[in-house]
Write a protein that binds this ligand. Sequence first.
Ligand SMILES: [Zn+2]
Length: 388
Amino acid sequence: MPSTTDKLTTTLSNDEVLRYSRHLLLPEVGMEGQLKLKQARVLCVGAGGLGSPLALYLAAAGVGTLGIVDFDIVDLTNLQRQVLHGTNDVGRKKLDSAAETLAAINPNVNVVKFETRLTSANALEIFRDFDIIADGTDNFATRYLVNDACVLTGKPNVYGSIFRFEGQASVFALQDGPCYRCLYPEPPPPGVVPSCAEGGVLGILPGLVGVIQATETIKLILGSGDSLSGRLLMIDALSMRFREVKVRRNADCPVCGNRPTVTQLIDYEQFCGVRGEEKPTAATMQDMTPEELKQRLDAGDDLFVLDVREPHEYQICNLGGHLIPLKDLPGRVSELDPAREIVVHCKMGGRSAKAVDFLKQAGFTKVHNLAGGINAWSERVDPKVPKY
Ligand SMILES: [Zn+2]
């Protein structure tokens, strides 16, 4: 994809003049700025919660080339926040749904689709043809990968992240500015920070943060205003307070410091301790399948069902089990009878596996983990139990 500066990108058609009229009226944008937008090449990593507002506004604003990296399929739980996609898109590739939505908003935008997971093997190659990288990822491994690839290729990293009611935004890897690793040299230990699939997220929050990322991207293209480089913006949607902290470039930063130790992309899954979303667990000795549990309950076996989810999850659906949230288990273990056979479950099998480990260490011998959690029960035994 050679960057052409032919007549197409150095002028605006009459239709484009009309479309971008409210930009052209701003002296800070004007014809010159609008042409910069038209010539700009921005890569959105992810077409999910943050990627949705990002791509929508960048396309509407007239960013000429918009790359999108995504390999995911639209599912029903996405629609509460991923406004690029609609109900009819459930089951489709996010990339196809996104490209269609963006073309409907602004057919002048060239959407370049990368149907792949961003990895150490392809990131530098994919980044090469873009001026700015907007990070809409939802996991630490990809976030560190995006950061390092931006530093190594010298491209600005427009960062955003969200969790529950809180968001962050900044611009990293700008000349002389700090990078993500200057702020967070190491990822948190695996499992300490839950994903949105585990902890939930307020649907409008990615809208708020993604629009800030889009604003920073547009400003970088126009070369106007003060960017968030050197500042971390922290947003609390519940109190509706915006705070910012200064972030300085760290001379000892392993990737952008004076003596970098990271000079090429590494294995980020390993660096972050692979985890990501709460995954259905693989069957092990102490696992019980949903079918097996159903069979044994129907047979009248004496099984004690322990639910280690949170009370608000119990309200969504339950198997009538005894509720002790995982974090309360150590203090409430006396509620359990070690003589009885116990089946522990959560949503997808991750937390219950931890509970089983804990109980075994506490001397319980007859404990099983319900493989795949209540979601697997819903899929394979009783579809009347809602999945969430
Ligand atoms: Zn750094």
